[in-house]
Design a protein around this ligand. Structure first.
Ligand code: ZN
Length: 130
């Protein structure tokens, strides 16, 4: 997100002076510039509010996470939610639910009944013994 460069805002006094001199066209131009500046500030204000909300949500999420058994868990009022993938959260700030797997196929093609947690995000190969 890029913030707008602040353009100089016409001064109210200058507009009044222009009107007193009868320079209505110039005054009108200044009023238009003032209006434009107000709209830009309104837009920037909205972006900043959204950014603050985002940061507050991130901070609140971070406070609710605990690291246990090599994975993240989210402590909520209704109990512990999770587990979530550590690399995904630590590197990309994404809370990705880990999938419980009952076992896996070995390289030789036989089934191993050894439970583990797996991250399904493509570039993340996090596995953890259940
Ligand atoms: Zn992951």
């Amino acid at each position: 997100m890029s913030l707008h460069s602040i353009m100089p805002i016409p001064r109210y006094k200058d507009i009044v002076d222009l009107l007193k001199k009868g320079a209505t066209v110039e005054a009108q131009e200044q009023i238009m510039a003032l209006r434009e500046a107000a709209l830009e500030l309104q837009e920037e204000n909205l972006e900043l509010r959204q950014r603050v909300k985002e940061l507050e949500e991130n901070a609140s999420l971070r406070r609710s996470l605990v690291f246990r058994d090599g994975m993240y868990w989210r402590e909520t009022e209704s109990g512990s939610d999770g587990p979530f993938c550590p690399p995904c959260y630590d590197n990309n700030n994404k809370l990705v639910r880990l999938q419980y797997q009952k076992g896996y196929m070995s390289a030789r093609g036989d089934y191993k009944a050894r439970p583990y947690y797996r991250c399904t995000v493509n570039d993340c190969n996090f596995h953890n013994r259940a």
